[in-house]
Write a protein that binds this ligand. Structure first.
Ligand code: AMP
Length: 398
């Protein structure tokens, strides 16, 4: 069984071809700048050199067509024909309250996915375009949708409701949905196995810290609260996103900066976060170099980030009546030794004892707490593509 995993952004397509017999990645790659000058496909076949293929790629159908051509190419391809692809798994950002798990895509399902575009106007339309492109090019191959929000559909109303009028929840679906669900699900399941405790009894806090960051409380294997909200702007401050702020700031800044709703949305998503605080970069590596050279605003941005993550850990320990394990994952969580140390320092009162030597590691599964730490702390690299492939395999398995 070979599964083609597709993640379509507004101007990009990330893909992997996975052999489910041993869950190995046969090829992966990225189409960039779709519909923009300078579009290009970077294809990485396993065990061979990567190839960079610049060409005009006007839309997602053409992008997928070029990826499929690369996969069957006699020189750098990895399969003989497209018939070897048994199923396609698509990352879909929003499942609303309709989808609480992955689903085989039918025309009716696709209409429902499309109907949720208002909730994620930047992400949902390209996801739909990717599905339609694959349906067109591989009409007889089953397609599966795997939703970023699905894992969080187990949150109770006390966690997902906002304090706005109930009417707006009923009319417009204004509530917390949460994101990065595929990642939180993968690392929390992994951590539950490492803990060696029945999943039903486990209380795990997963910290997905990357360009976008979210923290999730996972009790008994189910998401019971998460830091992102109606959109991925909520929660901790991120690379360029402001995270949770006093909502009254929004109309005041719109007036002061002379911004309309779209301008304000762009400001909060693209100009704030650690970039906006530091004035240096959204990348934690740049911030750390700047802070080491004495840049106080870079240091403040890093300190704010760690403080806010720590605050969520405390809140979620309270929400679950305790915590058995904390997991760090994604770009910052997997690689940034200093950030992990700073987030955990001061959490000794909860029973968290980080081991500085064990924490001196990047990108591989490691228990980074001391052997006698009451709360285990793990580094677990995330693998959203593998979850998408596994779900697709489960729904289409022959
Ligand atoms: P992601 O969104 O999960 O791909 O994470 C990307 C982010 O991870 C980058 O913007 C960096 O801030 C961060 N990152 C990657 N490598 C490192 C590293 N070695 N040290 C600190 N931060 C890193």
């Amino acid at each position: 069984m070979k599964i083609f995993v597709v993640n379509c952004g507004s101007s990009s397509i990330k893909y992997q071809l996975i052999n489910m017999e041993d869950e190995s990645v046969i090829a992966k790659g990225l189409v960039e700048r779709i519909g923009i000058e300078g579009s290009c496909l970077t294809h990485r076949p396993a065990g061979k050199d990567k190839v960079v293929l610049p060409s005009v790629i006007p839309d997602h159908v053409d992008g997928i067509k070029k990826v499929l051509a690369a996969l069957v190419d006699p020189n750098y391809g990895v399969i003989k024909s497209m018939d070897e692809i048994d199923a396609v798994g698509h990352r879909v950002v929003h499942g609303g309250e309709i989808f609480d798990k992955s689903v085989l895509i039918t025309e009716e399902v696709l209409k429902k996915i499309e109907g949720l575009s208002d909730m994620a106007p930047l992400h949902q339309p390209p996801n739909v375009a990717g599905i339609r492109a694959c349906q067109k090019l591989m009409p007889n191959t089953p397609q599966v949708g795997v939703f970023d929000t699905a894992f969080h559909q187990t949150m109770p109303p006390v966690a997902y409701m906002f304090g706005v009028k109930y009417d707006e929840y009923k009319k417009y679906g204004i509530r917390k949905y949460g994101f990065h669900g595929t990642s939180h699900r993968y690392v929390s399941e992994y951590a539950a196995k490492l803990l060696g405790k029945p999943v039903e009894e486990s209380r795990i806090i997963t910290c997905h810290l990357g360009n976008g960051s979210s923290i999730t409380a996972v009790k008994g294997g189910k998401s019971v609260d998460t830091s992102m909200g109606f959109t991925p702007l909520d929660g901790v401050l991120m690379g360029t996103r402001c995270g949770s702020i006093d909502p009254a700031i929004v109309p005041i800044l719109m007036q002061k900066l002379n911004l309309d709703a779209a301008g304000m949305d762009k400001y909060m998503n693209k100009e704030c976060g650690v970039l906006g605080i530091s004035g240096v970069s959204s990348d934690f590596r740049d911030l750390e170099s700047a802070a080491a050279e004495g840049n106080k605003r870079a240091q403040l941005a890093l300190d704010m980030f760690c403080y806010q993550v720590k605050r969520y850990i405390g809140a979620y320990a309270a929400a679950m009546g305790g915590v058995d394990a904390i997991v760090f994952t994604a770009g910052v969580g997997e690689n940034d030794i200093g950030t992990r140390a700073k987030v955990c320092s001061g959490l000794e009162f909860l029973g968290v004892e980080l081991d500085p030597e064990r924490n001196n590691v990047r990108g591989k599964v490691t228990e980074i707490s001391k052997a006698d730490s009451k709360v285990k702390v793990y580094l677990i690299p995330t693998n959203e593509e593998l979850v998408i492939a596994r779900d697709t395999n489960m729904l289409c398995g022959k």
